[in-house]
Design a protein around this ligand. Structure first.
Ligand code: HEC
Ligand code: HEC
Length: 221
């Protein structure tokens, strides 16, 4: 776990943004690439491979936990989140710093193609993290919730293998840092308006509980 306070340090954010901007500029040598984000004629697959891949990986499996894995994520959830960044509704800090500008000029057609591209990619299994005690506690929260704290079982919405369904996102194999950060966003802010149900779900979770379940979810295939 690198950033247990749930936010990416500002310095790091601007460093990554500069690096990503440099990567995008370097990519502009190709005629088509320079118009990727403003041109409705550029296909979603081209955008995915030339722009999104800089952070999320070519196959939607990202190296850095600052960037969520998109591989195998459900298509309706990906579409909904891209629309939420574009509108813009989802306004958690990392969301607006990174995703607002990138999604602003995407057409509905491009969004649906991007979502289909990443949904069809194969998730890579993540290295395990956390000791046996934390994994057991995380598994118990995922499968049974925490009755005394009013926390429902995660699997009832996210699927028995955390594979997701429709707009209930896949959680299996997601970077634990990212999952923890989003649980904090849901619990403590209104920055993800579409996640109102998750505000209720996460209400009774301690930071320890959130960390345990996040670490457990990362280990799932
Ligand atoms: C410069 C880095 C960067 C690039 C390029 C980038 N993203 Fe992101 N993306 C992020 C970060 C950081 C987040 C996490 C935001 C947060 O914490 O809310 C994110 C989040 C997302 C999410 C939400 C995932 C979830 O599980 O809720 C989707 C969907 C997404 N990006 C799709 C894309 C697509 C499609 C592209 C290409 C058009 C793209 N991203 C390009 C950095 C990037
Ligand atoms: C009643 C249904 C429901 C239950 C139970 C539930 N979730 Fe969710 N969860 C959702 C929905 C719906 C979303 C999508 C929110 C959005 O669109 O912003 C979500 C989103 C999330 C996300 C964000 C994923 C991403 O890629 O950004 C995480 C993390 C998450 N849930 C974790 C959990 C955990 C851990 C539990 C169990 C403690 C749980 N959820 C239980 C409905 C549920």
């Amino acid at each position: 776990m690198h950033s247990s306070n749930g936010t990416i340090p500002m310095k790091l954010v601007s460093l990554i943004a500069v690096a990503a901007a440099a990567a995008l500029v370097a990519g502009c040598a190709g005629v088509e690439r320079s118009r990727n984000l403003g041109d409705p004629k550029v296909s979603g697959v081209t955008i995915a491979q030339h722009v999104c891949s800089n952070c999320h990986g070519l196959s939607g499996n990202s190296v850095s936990p600052n960037f969520p894995n998109l591989a195998g994520q459900t298509q309706p959830y990906l579409s909904a989140q891209l629309r939420a960044f574009r509108s813009p509704g989802r306004n958690d800090p990392a969301g607006y710093q990174y995703m607002w500008g990138l999604s602003r000029h995407l057409s509905d057609e491009q969004i649906d193609a991007l979502a289909a591209y990443f949904a069809s990619q194969m998730p890579v299994r993540q290295p395990p993290e956390g000791d046996a005690g934390r994994l057991a506690s995380g598994k118990a929260i995922f499968e049974a919730g925490l009755e005394e704290k009013g926390v429902p079982a995660c699997h009832s919405c996210h699927g028995d293998k955390a594979q997701g369904m429709a707009t209930f996102p896949r959680l299996a194999g997601q970077h634990a840092d990212y999952t923890l950060k989003q649980l904090m966003v849901f619990q403590r802010t209104d920055e993800r308006p579409d996640g109102a149900v998750m505000k209720i779900v996460s209400h009774g979770l301690s930071v320890q509980d959130m960390t345990d379940v996040a670490v457990y979810l990362q280990t799932l295939p």
